[in-house]
Design a protein around this ligand. Structure first.
Ligand code: KG4
Ligand code: ZN
Length: 332
C-alpha cells in the first residue's frame, strides 16, 4: 500500500507518503505570512495553501521516489480546522483520487495528533491515555480503540497552545509563541511570580487557561518598561510553570483512575522541553510508559494523518468524494 496524506487544517501545508506502513517522506511548509499579524489570518492561510500545495505534494512524492500514478490511496484532513484551509487539502486529495481512481479517506485532525504517537512506535496500540495539547485543543482522552474514545476532559476556554501564543504576544515575543516562550523560559526563574492555576469544580479533567493569560497581562502591565525587559524570561518561566502545574494533577488523577500503563502526549505543545521532562518523570513515578513523538510529529504534519488513514483503510473504511470539510469536527 502506497499512501499519500495531506494536512492543511491551519497554517501548515503538509504532505507525507507511506509505503508498506513505513513513512517515506514528510514535507511541511509553515506559512510565515501570519507573523506580522501575531496570529493566523484565515483568508491568508487558505490562499497560501493554494499557492503551495501542488509543490509540497510533488516534493513528498519525489522524496519517496514515487510517481503519483503509483499511489494506491489518498488521505486528507477533513476537520477540525479553518474551513477555507481544509477545503484546499481535501479538494486536492479528492482530485487525485478521482483522476487516478483510487480510494480517498477524510481524517480527523485530533485523531491524527493522537495516533502521531504510533509513527515512531509501531507496536503502540490502544488502550492508552492521551494528553492532547495543541494550539486549538487541550484534552485528556481514554483511547480504547481507533474511533472509540472517552473524552475525560477538555479546556473550557483557551487551549494550551493558544495561551502560549497569547502570552507571547503580551510579553513581546513573535508568533508562534510556544517555541519562543519555551526557549527564554529555560533561562528564567519559574518562582518569579505565582500565577493562578485553575481547577474546575466537578470537572477534574478539564482545563482553563484564559484566567492565566489575563493574570500574565495584568502582571506585565504593572511592571515598568525596564522591569519588563529584565524579567521577560522570568514571566515566561513563571507562566510555563503554571501551565505545567495545571496539567500535572489532572494527568496524575487519570493515571490513578485508569491503570492502563500507557500514556501518550501529542500536539504542538508536546514539543515543550519542560513539559516533556515533567511528563517523563510523572509517567515513571506512576509506572506508565510515556510515548511522546519527536517534535516534527507533534506540531501539524501529514504523517499523522497518514498514520490514521492506514489504520482506517486496513479496516476497509474510506470516504465518498462528496465529503465536506467539518471545521468543528470532534472525536466521538
Ligand atoms: O498541533 P499544532 O501544530 O496546531 C494545532 O493543531 O493547533 O500546535 C501549535 C501550537 C502553537 O500554539 C504553538 O505555540 C505550540 O503548539 N507550540 C509550543 C511549542 N512548540 C509549538 N508550545 C510550547 N512549547 C513549544 N516548544
Ligand atoms: Zn494540530
Amino acid at each position: 500500500m502506497k499512501l499519500l496524506a495531506i494536512e492543511s487544517s491551519c497554517d501548515e501545508t503538509a504532505a507525507a507518503v507511506f509505503e508498506e506502513g513505513h513513512l517515506k517522506s514528510n514535507i511541511i511548509a509553515s506559512q510565515d505570512v501570519h507573523i506580522s499579524y501575531g496570529g493566523v489570518v484565515p483568508e491568508l492561510a487558505s490562499r497560501a495553501h493554494i499557492a503551495k500545495i501542488s509543490a509540497i505534494v510533488r516534493k513528498a512524492l519525489h522524496e519517496a521516489q514515487l510517481d503519483v500514478k503509483q499511489i494506491d490511496a489518498v488521505a486528507a484532513t477533513a476537520g477540525p480546522g479553518l474551513a477555507g484551509s481544509l477545503i484546499v487539502g481535501l479538494t486536492f486529495a479528492k482530485g487525485i483520487a478521482m483522476a487516478h481512481r483510487i480510494p480517498f479517506i477524510g481524517i480527523n485532525h485530533i485523531e491524527g495528533h493522537i495516533f502521531s504517537a504510533c509513527i515512531e512506535n509501531k507496536d503502540l496500540q490502544p488502550p492508552f491515555l492521551a494528553l492532547v495539547v495543541s494550539g486549538g485543543h487541550s484534552m485528556i482522552v481514554l483511547v480504547k480503540d481507533i474511533g472509540d474514545y472517552n473524552i475525560l476532559g477538555t479546556t473550557i476556554d483557551d487551549a494550551a497552545g493558544e495561551a502560549y501564543d497569547k502570552v507571547a504576544k503580551v510579553i513581546g515575543l513573535p508568533y508562534p509563541g510556544g517555541p519562543n516562550i519555551d526557549k527564554i523560559a529555560q533561562k528564567g526563574n519559574p518562582e518569579f511570580h505565582k500565577f493562578p492555576v485553575a481547577t474546575i469544580k466537578d470537572k477534574p479533567y478539564c482545563f482553563s487557561f484564559s484566567g492565566l493569560k489575563t493574570a500574565v497581562l495584568y502582571k506585565y502591565r504593572s511592571m515598568s518598561e525596564s522591569e519588563q525587559v529584565e524579567h521577560q524570561k522570568d514571566i515566561a518561566a513563571s507562566f510555563q510553570k503554571a501551565v505545567i502545574d495545571a496539567i500535572h494533577p489532572k494527568i496524575t488523577a487519570a493515571m490513578d483512575e485508569f491503570h492502563i500503563k500507557k500514556l501518550v502526549m501529542v500536539g504542538g505543545v508536546a514539543r515543550n522541553s519542560s513539559l516533556r521532562k515533567t511528563m517523563a518523570n510523572l509517567a515513571t513515578e506512576n509506572g506508565f510508559q510515556l510515548y511522546v513523538p519527536s517534535g516534527i510529529y507533534c506540531t501539524d504534519n501529514a504523517a499523522m494523518i497518514g498514520q490514521v488513514a492506514l489504520l482506517r483503510l486496513q479496516r476497509n473504511e474510506q470516504s465518498t468524494l462528496d465529503l465536506s470539510p467539518s471545521p468543528n469536527l470532534t472525536i466521538n
